[in-house]
Design a binder for this molecule. Structure first.
Ligand SMILES: Nc1ncnc2c1ncn2[C@@H]1O[C@H](COP(=O)(O)OP(=O)(O)OP(=O)(O)O)[C@@H](O)[C@H]1O
Length: 592
């Protein structure tokens, strides 16, 4: 024998309040929504039918009255008293797109704040009015009622502890929050809270008024004055609305909350999946007829339509940006100043954005700040450093050799530069290595080199302890006595060795396998064009040579922003004290 499930309503209400809805306040939204659906159903049959929803509060009691389609006694049994039964699905059980509701559970949210729900309804079909009283314990009764006109009134009395949700101010605020854009007359205590329509509607407002309304709207609901306003329209999702461009930089990792209305009823103030991740510089307010809500009706349901809508909205924002390049470059520059990180992130995936960055975004170079487009037209090849430290170490010396270099060390810059061949396949892009500089330096004449051999041997001996090779070259600028050059593999080996010294035996053994004898040791390049270096080279006393070379080494590390290891710090200290001592040896003591 088949039996019917028994449902414990208290268990269901507990489930709704603790696991589905974020706050009891949703009861008002669910009741408004039912009223809206009832009015919509009546209007479908009669376009001229009244479309009014009135909310009233007296003490602990709230009523919501609609001029909707109403229910017959039979429908009351079937729809109000059956959990999960909804009149808003078609024969196949799919949500009918003209209605907000679909799950057949919304009315139960009234039990979040009341023990009893009273529904007084009269169907449009002319049958007698009915009263239904449902209780949180799962029982209901039904009886005849007095009602002249078709429609429904739902009445709730606050349960002890839930009175705050019935306070006139709270009710007005919530009704306005959920329903201010509804296309029907909605009143609370007789005062209209709807009717103005969406602020982005296109109508015959005076020129400039629409924009002023939109800016005011952003200030009211989002709390900022937008940098710009972008109209949005995605017909397949029945979506219209606006994206407000933030007037301040936003954190790319933080998902901005968008305000989403479904059929003019607020769904959420914090939808995070509406725009592509890169579009973090915009906050949207949209109304969508075809996007689906989750069962809690507090978020968007993730489906194919949401995915394609997100893509289409991304296109709108991209189109706006590209449009600015043509119509208002000054405005574009201001936008880029604020949102450079977002746009650069975008340029990593999108060729059009790459072009935008190349054309408009200034970068740091050793020949002044300029866009990549300017740099390319002036210097052809694009040489860049991977880090800002590399840039600082090499910028001045490279400039003196006639080499223009872009600092690729800021977030995304080196990746963007490396992608330049995508927009111009003939473009040569090269990372500048310290060793590239070496090839530009002049060798000293062989006779001089031979003459200075004893000095170089002594100098090398003092640098062996630091794993550094001493080299003599002539280069510009002559004012720079010394340069410390580390190429990528030497930097890696140096780091490996310093880690090996610090870790336990087992791990040090593993690291040793990667430790190659370095033929690419860091180089201390002495500049023979520098007068001081010439004097140092003429020194023959090994102790003085060591002191001078160690001091130059220390200076090269500091000038080039190189990391200072413990051995370097010790050497810096020693050479400083040595220099001081030398100075004092030569000083004439004060006479008494
Ligand atoms: N004000 C009303 N006027 C006419 N019918 C109503 C009204 N309120 C509720 N109903 C009927 O009761 C049914 C159940 O309502 P309920 O709010 O529980 O679910 P729903 O609106 O269908 O779906 P959802 O759970 O998605 O809100 C509705 O489908 C509708 O037929």
């Amino acid at each position: 024998m088949n039996r019917t499930f028994q449902v414990d309503l208290r268990g269901v209400v507990d489930l709704l309040s603790h696991h589905l809805y974020s706050s009891p306040r949703v009861y008002l939204r669910e009741l408004m929504q039912n009223a809206v659906d009832a009015v919509t159903a009546r209007r479908a049959a009669d376009e001229a039918a009244p479309a009014e929803i009135a909310v009233g509060v007296t003490g602990r009691t709230l009523t919501i009255t609609d001029s909707g389609i109403g229910l017959t006694e039979e429908q009351v049994h079937e729809l109000l008293a059956t959990i999960g039964r909804s009149s808003k699905r078609d024969q196949l059980g799919f949500a009918r797109h003209e209605f907000l509701g679909q799950f057949g559970i919304g009315l139960l949210s009234a039990f979040l704040v009341a023990d009893e729900v009273r529904v007084l309804t009269r169907s449009l079909d002319g049958s007698a009015a009915v009263e239904w009283i449902g209780r949180a314990d799962g029982t209901y009764r039904i009886g005849p009622a007095e009602r002249e006109v078709p429609g429904t009134t739902v009445e709730l009395t606050a349960r002890e502890g839930a009175e705050q949700w019935f306070a006139e101010e709270t009710v007005t605020e919530l009704c306005a929050l959920f329903g201010s854009l509804l296309p029907f007359t909605v009143t609370v205590q007789g005062k209209a809270i709807s009717g103005a329509g969406t602020p982005w509607r296109k109508d015959d407002r005076a020129p400039g008024q629409r924009m002023a309304d939109l800016v005011g709207h952003a200030q009211d609901v989002l709390g900022f004055t937008p940098f710009d306003v972008i109209d949005l329209n995605v017909p397949e999702a029945g979506l219209t609305g606006v994206a407000y461009v933030l007037p301040f930089p936003a954190n790319p990792a933080e998902h901005a909350g968008h305000r989403v209305y479904l059929k003019r009823m607020l769904l959420t103030e914090s939808a995070d999946s509406l725009l592509p991740g890169w579009a973090f510089f915009a906050r949207c307010v949209v109304d969508a007829g075809e996007l689906r809500p989750t069962a809690s009706r507090e978020a968007l349901y993730s489906d194919g339509l949401l995915d394609s809508t997100r893509e289409a909205l991304g296109e709108h924002l991209r189109g706006w940006l590209v449009g600015l390049t043509r119509t208002d470059p000054a405005r574009l520059s201001r936008f880029l100043e604020i949102h450079h990180l977002g746009v650069k992130a975008l340029a990593l995936h999108d060729e059009e954005m790459l072009r935008l960055v190349e054309q408009w975004m200034p970068m740091e170079t050793n020949v002044g700040r300029m866009t990549l487009a300017d740099f390319r037209s002036r210097h052809g090849d694009v040489r860049y450093t991977l880090t800002t430290d590399d840039f600082r170490q090499m910028a001045a010396v490279a400039a003196a050799q006639g080499l223009a270099v872009v600092n690729g060390g800021y977030t995304y810059d080196s990746e963007i530069i490396a992608r330049l061949p995508l927009i111009d396949p003939a473009q040569s892009v090269r990372r500048l290595e310290p060793t590239d500089l070496m090839t530009r330096f002049d060798s000293v004449p062989p006779t001089t080199e031979l003459e200075l051999r004893p000095f170089l041997v002594a100098a090398q001996r003092s640098m062996d302890q630091l794993g550094c090779e001493v080299v003599l070259r002539s280069f510009e600028p002559a004012s720079l006595p010394v340069l410390y050059l580390v190429d990528r593999s030497a930097a890696f080996q140096a780091e490996l060795r310093s880690t090996k010294d610090r870790v336990d035996e087992l791990w040090a053994g593993v690291l040793a396998a990667f430790d190659k004898p370095a033929d690419d040791r860091p180089q201390l390049v002495l500049n023979h064009r520098n007068a001081l270096v010439r004097r140092v080279c003429s020194t023959r006393e090994p102790e003085k040579v060591a002191l001078a070379v160690e001091s130059l080494y220390g200076q090269a590390l500091l000038l080039g922003y190189h990391p200072i290891r413990p051995a370097d710090a010790a050497l810096l200290n020693r050479s400083f004290l040595g220099l001081l001592e030398g100075l004092l040896d030569r000083a004439v003591p004060l006479e008494d």
